[in-house]
Design a protein around this ligand. Structure first.
Ligand code: RIB
Ligand code: CA
Length: 323
């Protein structure tokens, strides 16, 4: 599969420089914790509007940096979409975007440089080796591509949680949140020509991490501040997920994308396809249009992840929580 070949052949892709672009977000937290704690070379975390307003996602990213005892620089990005009116998800992530827990004061501050400028600067520092794990609305990356189209030549690959593999929306009838919250940004990024591994909503629905999987190997090891903080922020998520899906489990979409970065072998089924994002239409706006039947004649631009090894994903998160 051509696009897969772009991934670090040694399987040690995480040893190359990565930016995590996120809207923390409880599942973003799982992704960020996994990458930071398992030794991914994260050169920066950029925050974006999404699950919660930017002021919250920024604070939450700083909180996660401290919980992980990391020195990674954190940047503030775009506070709104290119055109789409604001969308947040307090019903899933809480009013503050990360479970509405009562935290102590933050000891760290974000960088002065805007995330869009940081992304461009990092691509010049690491031309051809910089990759981006994008697990929020794609506004920062899209604006960076508009500001400097040559960015696409310097980015090695994108691993994105977003979109759908079969048009099953979670935010609009056909729109998954990250793409529906900024369809223009998603369209710009998908057509930029950067190799993309895309983890869509339906794949996440099939791969909920269970508490039992996290506890495999012993509960004792999870009695540490980081694991306890994470489990506390996810406590209500289990109830909400059961209410929506009818079964209990951690619906941690962004963790699946982080797992692809940390251990590409978690992918059990993927296909190279041409994919585009619809930006017009009453019902279609935000749709991930996928050319499975190769009718468009367009070259595949996405390696679409259709399934993963859930146990392997859960083991990565557990390893990160007890590291
Ligand atoms: O649709 C799920 C995605 O939207 C996840 O990235 C979640 O954190 C939200 O950003
Ligand atoms: Ca997210």
């Amino acid at each position: 599969m051509e696009l897969l070949a772009n991934h670090d052949a040694s399987g040690g892709g995480q040893k190359l420089p990565w930016i995590i672009d996120a809207d923390p977000g409880i599942d973003d937290a799982a992704a960020i914790i996994t990458c930071l704690r398992l030794g991914c070379d994260v050169v920066a975390i950029s925050t974006v509007h999404g699950n919660s307003p930017l002021e919250n996602t920024l604070q939450n990213a700083l909180r996660l940096k401290e919980l992980c005892d990391s020195s990674v620089p954190v940047y503030a990005g775009c506070s709104r979409a290119i055109l789409e009116p604001r969308r947040n998800a307090p019903e899933i992530h809480g009013r503050d975007g990360m479970g509405d827990l009562s935290w102590g004061p933050l000891g760290s501050k974000h960088e002065v440089e805007h995330a869009v400028d940081m992304i461009i600067a990092q691509s010049h520092l690491h031309p051809g080796s910089l990759s981006i794990l994008a697990v929020g609305p794609l506004t920062n990356l899209a604006v960076a591509l508009v500001k400097d189209p040559s960015l696409a030549q310097r980015v090695k690959e994108l691993v994105i949680m977003g979109g759908t593999s079969g048009g099953r929306g979670n935010t609009t009838i056909v729109g998954e949140f990250n793409f529906a919250a900024d369809p223009e940004a998603a369209a710009i990024v998908l057509q930029a020509g950067i190799p993309i591994t895309l983890v869509p909503w339906e794949t996440c629905l099939k791969n909920l991490v269970t508490l039992e999987q996290l506890q495999e190997g012993g509960v004792e090891a999870l009695h540490n501040p980081l694991a306890e903080a994470f489990l506390a922020m996810t406590a209500e998520l289990l109830d909400r997920t059961e209410g929506v899906l009818g079964y209990r489990g951690f619906l941690l979409c962004d963790l699946l994308a982080a797992a692809v970065v940390m251990d590409h072998e978690v992918i059990t089924e993927a296909v190279d396809v041409f994919a585009a994002v619809e930006t017009s239409g009453t019902y279609g706006r935000g749709l991930t249009a996928i050319d499975y039947a190769k009718l468009s004649g367009a070259k595949p631009n996405v390696n679409l992840v259709l399934d993963v090894d859930t146990k392997r994903v859960a083991a990565l998160l557990r390893q990160a929580l007890i590291a």
